[in-house]
Design a protein around this ligand. Structure first.
Ligand code: PEP
Ligand code: MN
Length: 337
């Protein structure tokens, strides 16, 4: 159930409703939107019907949530969630572009990329530092040293920073350095990691699993929200299909589907979806056109020499051209990049 509070509800009324719910045995989640406050109540629905909660001062309505994902669902919280990050928002009117190399490789590589993507209009720099790869013999990432470099690049440019975490240990370290943590496709159902991400104070980008249905993906987001972290950003990054020409198949329909099912922001990663830099620009533009709130794009100063995912990385110059094209697409739907 979701208790939608009246626009003018006072703090005391919110507290009274929360206390009453907890006495009835519900676990409560106070979710403050820009316009409204809603209280998610997880527990036995029958208890609410006879409890008189709907009559309490400050309550506008009680909405039963039919979907298995409760806090994530748009049924109760109809207003879009806007996630605030140090210098920008994701989920509001503007489209946020996050860009950077697949992996942090060196200070020079990261600083140069950060400077150039910032000039082109990116809001955040990405860079993997924990990189267990398909092959154990491939480059495995710079770990904490790479996180130090990300923090340095963020300080030098004013960009927000994001990195992937792969387990509870890397999550604990990464939160000391970056503004956003990313849970990768391979860990979408790492439930221990999702639970741990529910306890941190930083926004989480949750990538769709390689073969995950939209419902499984939203249930993974529910794990994070049910832990108390409501700043979840969903990221479509392509799924496994019979098609082998592209690395994965970008499921662009997931974007409007998610918008119907959930209030959470959704971004698209056209780099991992395609595996091929020439396909990144058209799919980035398509993503904006179908309503994505942001993009995650791999950019490397010298893709040929990249230690990871060079073939799908844009050069800074191609990225800059793309940003200008994206502005036109965004404008056509009343948004801006
Ligand atoms: C990444 O963004 O660096 C990454 C590994 O992506 P994914 O989890 O989508 O494969
Ligand atoms: Mn990559």
């Amino acid at each position: 159930m979701v208790i939608v509070m009246d626009l003018r509800a006072e703090e005391k009324q919110i507290k009274d409703v929360t206390n009453r719910l907890e006495r009835l045995g519900f676990k409560t989640h106070l979710i403050r939107g820009v316009e409204r406050i809603v209280i998610g109540a997880i527990g036995d629905r029958k208890e609410i019907v006879s409890s008189g909660i709907e009559m309490m001062p400050g309550v506008e309505k009680v909405v039963p949530i039919m979907k298995p994902f409760k806090l994530v669902s748009r049924e109760g919280k109809t207003e879009d969630t806007v996630v605030n990050i140090k210098n920008f928002d994701i989920g509001g009117k503007d489209i946020a572009v996050i860009a950077g190399p697949c992996a942090v490789e060196s200070r020079e590589q990261l600083m140069e990329t950060a400077k150039l993507v910032k000039e082109a209009g990116a809001k955040a720099i990405r860079g993997g530092t924990f990189k267990p790869r398909t092959s154990p013999y491939s480059f495995q990432g710079m770990e904490e040293k790479g996180l130090e470099l990300l923090a340095e690049a963020g300080d030098a440019t004013g960009l927000a920073t994001i990195t992937e975490v792969i387990d509870e240990a890397s999550l604990a370290v990464a939160t000391n350095y970056v503004d956003i943590v990313q849970i990768g496709a391979r860990n979408m159902q790492n439930f221990q990691l999702l639970k741990a991400a529910g306890k941190i104070q930083k926004p989480v980008v949750l990538k769709r699993g390689l073969s995950a249905t939209i419902e499984e993906w939203l249930m993974a987001a529910e794990y994070i929200m049910s832990g108390g972290n409501y700043n979840v950003i969903l990221c479509e990054r392509g799924i496994r299909t019979f098609e082998t020409y592209t690395r994965n198949t970008l499921d662009l329909s997931a974007v409007p589907v998610i918008k119907q099912l959930s209030h959470l922001p959704v971004i698209v990663d056209p780099s991992h979806a395609t595996g091929e830099w020439r396909l990144v620009a058209p799919l980035a533009k398509g993503s904006v056109a179908v309503g994505a709130d942001g993009l995650l794009i791999e950019v490397h100063p010298d893709p040929v020499k990249a230690l990871c995912d060079g073939p799908q990385s844009l050069t800074p110059n191609n990225f800059s051209v793309l940003m200008q094209e994206l502005e036109l697409v965004a404008k056509s739907i009343g948004r801006s990049v």
